[in-house]
Design a binder for this molecule. Structure first.
Ligand code: SF4
Ligand code: SF4
Length: 328
């Protein structure tokens, strides 16, 4: 690993693209690099809240179709392992066949510089999955040694080419020891849940009173789906402006009644609880069945933000007990 002054690191990254750093609220151009996770995940760098996919320009009787191609190069600095895991999971969806060209372009134009996590919060449970605070993810990874210095190394080819790595000194043995010790301590502070689900019992779980009871408090406000790094529901809409019709992709939420409303007027998830049950099932049964991985990173943001006090960890435990036949 290399040892670099934080300010030099940021300056060098700014040559690759516009740098956005992790602040307490989200990933912003201005602000202080936070020690804790941000309230919002960086998913909007790959799946923006609103994005124009194409524009139809009306020119008298003629029309011209203009495709939008995101081209600005951006550096996301300080994404934590849970943020990177979330992006890995959404990428599985968008770059699975057929590839989403808009998402793909954003992946190409974004450099992810991840920070190994030292300050988890009480809502975090990332080690319940197959990674943790010391996971080296993204294009470049770093450890914050202190307020002024980082220890860092490239991960991907893009990361290797992003900086002139040879110009920086290697990290000393003592610095590496500090890093290992800090990361070991961090992992010990994290809550690890036992999630050994039998996915073939998905139907049984969906029909169970345990799942119904566990999600009962959910109000369907949708807040958790917006802060979640792995939620990717979207809608496509056409908007008419003076000389243009814009086709936009916007964030949506499976928690909303209209999300599952069909053209016939039938809604397979017309009840509040059905929508909350579906969100859990999608992350803990359907995604593992499709992608061989849970659709949750254990970032705990949904726990932090829920106005109803719903805690997904309780549902995970309840379903684990159901699987083990402990619920009566
Ligand atoms: S934030 Fe809470 S109340 Fe709102 S949709 Fe999510 S679980 Fe339900
Ligand atoms: S479901 Fe909750 S804990 Fe899991 S990734 Fe989404 S916000 Fe994080």
């Amino acid at each position: 690993m290399k040892k670099i002054k934080l300010k030099d690191f940021k300056k060098a990254l700014s040559k690759w693209g516009e740098v956005y750093i992790r602040t307490r609220d989200g990933f912003l151009k201005e602000g202080r690099l936070s020690s804790k996770k941000s309230k919002k995940s960086p998913k909007e760098f790959l799946l923006p809240r609103e994005e124009v996919l194409l524009a139809i320009h009306k020119k008298g009787a003629d029309t011209e179709v203009l495709e939008a191609h995101p081209s600005k190069k951006k550096v996301v600095m300080g994404a934590l392992p849970c943020d990177m895991k979330g992006l890995e999971l959404t990428t599985k969806n968008f770059l699975n066949s057929p590839e989403d060209p808009y998402y793909k372009k954003r992946v190409e134009n974004t450099l992810f510089v991840s920070e190994m996590c030292q300050y988890p919060s009480s809502s975090c449970f990332c080690t319940s999955f197959d990674y943790g605070p010391s996971s080296k993810m993204g294009d470049i990874t770093y450890f914050r040694l202190n307020d002024d210095n980082v220890l860092c190394e490239p991960i991907s080819e893009k990361g290797k080419k992003a900086l002139l790595w040879e110009q920086y000194p290697d990290a000393g043995e003592k610095d590496l020891e500090i890093m290992e010790k800090m990361l070991r301590e961090t992992a010990k502070r994290l809550q690890k849940l036992n999630i050994s689900y039998d996915f073939s019992r998905a139907r049984e779980v969906y029909a169970s009173s345990e799942l119904k009871d566990a999600v009962f408090s959910c109000l369907n406000c949708g807040a958790c789906t917006y802060v979640c790094p792995t939620c990717y529901c979207f809608d496509i809409r056409d908007i008419e402006r003076k000389d243009f019709v814009l086709r936009e992709r916007v964030w949506d939420s499976c928690m909303f009644f209209v999300y599952s409303l069909e053209a016939s007027g039938h809604n397979p998830r017309k009840n509040r609880s059905k929508r909350a049950e579906n969100r859990f099932m999608h992350k803990f049964f359907y995604q593992p069945l499709q992608y061989k991985e849970f659709g949750c990173t254990g970032c705990g943001r949904c726990v932090d933000v829920c106005p109803a006090g719903y805690d997904i960890r309780e549902t995970i435990r309840s379903i684990q007990s159901f699987m083990e036949g402990k619920n009566g």
